[in-house]
Design a protein around this ligand. Structure first.
Ligand code: AMP
Ligand code: GLY
Length: 421
């Protein structure tokens, strides 16, 4: 199978890495890709938001499957353009991607599907916003309705800051604060059948101890030793399947990856948000544990044949990923700094630990930073403690001027798990 992956982050590197290990994949292409993806896939230049250009590239390459990684192209209708060109595509239509593209739309679908989520109001004026903030009280949760690359949500105890964020957005969703640990659960779907993957936890704040600003995600781990064994089954029944059924009922079937961001509250599981694509950095740890070949799974989603797929096989090992970010991320990240130490990781830590690239590019022979999140250092181990040790050992070999990373990814879960065993 000839596969074309669209995107350029660590998520796409993880997807390409798994696809490159799949014996069914005969050719692997990525556009636009990055310096790390270049090692496993042939790179092509394309404007990822231009559906016509992506479809033309896929046709020219004879791609038999196109995998659209990020949300922006999905919301821009890139999957539709590829599908119209007659090529199977993993990723939802423009209409179905509104599940991520509009928080208000997602709330409406959840209401229709009876999916548990935070109570909320959609507000378009400062007066409406003030009223909603008053109704819920602190801590305040204010969400920009549209796509904001992980930066549209403000959670604060400060009423003025909450009002300010609401005023800065055209339309906001103001909602009840959800207390409790967060879980990311992904499901592959073809619009009818829903196949949940293994749960992961993401670390959204920039600094250790969950301090600092929200980011796209600074690290992740899987499995979650503290979670109820029936969590996945429960979320499949109460969230994932009803949402997929509701989307089909509305005439906008959702195929591709449905990402449920969940809060495990004292009153049960609640949806914090939906995304219409694989999460980054959670994908890095979920795919590290997936033993079934990936291409056939994605193709079955694209062609509506998931019901015939064999059950997924998972490694019993744990996986941890640590993001290395640029100086000044998430504000105005500095780029163009040289990354070294990658060869040392390849020589000394592989195959248990490896580096996935996010914002990198080649400058001559050198790898330089080209974005906020630069690398996602991923490792597997017998348990979270071993996976953590391996990930951080690899992190310590990498040098990037001014870079930052969290030192506490999976620390609490690893400590709790070893105390219990
Ligand atoms: P989102 O972009 O919706 O995932 O929000 C980003 C982050 O804000 C989430 O991962 C949560 O940590 C936090 N957040 C969002 N909604 C809520 C909520 N209703 N209650 C508490 N925290 C929230
Ligand atoms: N890790 C959060 C996201 O992918 O949206």
């Amino acid at each position: 199978m000839k596969v074309l992956v669209i995107g350029s982050g660590a998520r796409e590197h993880a997807l390409c890495r798994s696809l490159s290990l799949d014996p069914d994949v005969t050719a692997l292409h990525c556009a636009p890709g990055n310096a790390g993806i270049a090692e496993v896939a042939e790179l092509h230049q394309v404007d990822a938001l231009d559906g016509t250009a992506v479809a033309a590239l896929a046709t020219e390459l004879g791609a038999e499957l196109v995998v659209v990684g990020p949300e922006a192209p999905l919301v821009a209708g890139v999957a539709d353009a590829v599908r119209e060109a007659g090529i199977p595509v993993f990723g939802p239509s423009e209409e179905a991607a509104q599940l991520e593209g509009s928080k208000a739309f997602a709330k409406d679908v959840m209401a229709g599907a009876g999916v548990p989520t935070a109570r909320s109001y959609v507000c378009t004026t400062p007066e409406e916003a003030a009223e909603a903030l008053d109704a819920f009280g602190a801590p305040y949760v204010v969400k920009d309705d549209g796509l904001a690359a992980g930066k549209g949500v403000v959670v604060t105890g400060d009423l003025e800051a909450a009002k300010e964020h609401a005023a800065a957005c055209e339309r906001v969703v103001i909602e009840e604060f959800l207390d409790g640990p967060e879980v990311s659960l992904f499901a592959i779907t073809d619009g009818v059948t829903v196949l949940p993957l293994q749960p992961a936890q993401d670390f959204k704040r920039a600094l250790d101890g969950d301090e600092g600003p929200n980011t796209g995600g600074m690290g992740a781990y899987s499995p979650l030793p503290w979670a109820e064994p029936k969590l996945v089954e429960e979320v499949l029944e109460s969230v994932l399947q009803p949402t997929v059924d509701e989307m089909r009922r509305r005439g906008t079937p959702f195929s591709g990856l449905l990402y449920a961001g969940l809060a495990i509250t004292s009153r049960g599981v609640r949806v914090i948000e939906f995304n219409a694509r694989f999460g980054d950095p959670e994908t890095q740890v979920v795919l590290a544990r997936l033993k079934s070949p990936l291409a056939g799974i994605l193709l079955a989603s694209a062609t509506g044949t998931l019901a015939h797929l064999e059950p997924l096989r998972w490694s019993a090992e744990a996986a941890v990923t640590v993001v290395i970010a640029s100086h000044n991320y998430p504000d105005t990240p500095r780029t163009g700094d040289t990354v070294t130490g990658l060869d040392e990781v390849a020589a000394q830590d592989a195959p248990h630990a490896y580096v996935l690239h996010a914002g990198t590019r080649f400058d001559g022979d050198a790898v330089v930073s080209a974005g906020g999140r630069v690398l996602s250092v991923t490792a597997s181990g017998e348990d979270l403690t071993e996976a953590r040790e391996r990930a951080y050992r690899a992190v310590s070999r990498i040098r990037l001027d001014g870079s930052q990373h969290r030192t506490d990814i999976a620390a609490k879960a690893a400590a709790d798990a070893s105390r219990r065993s």
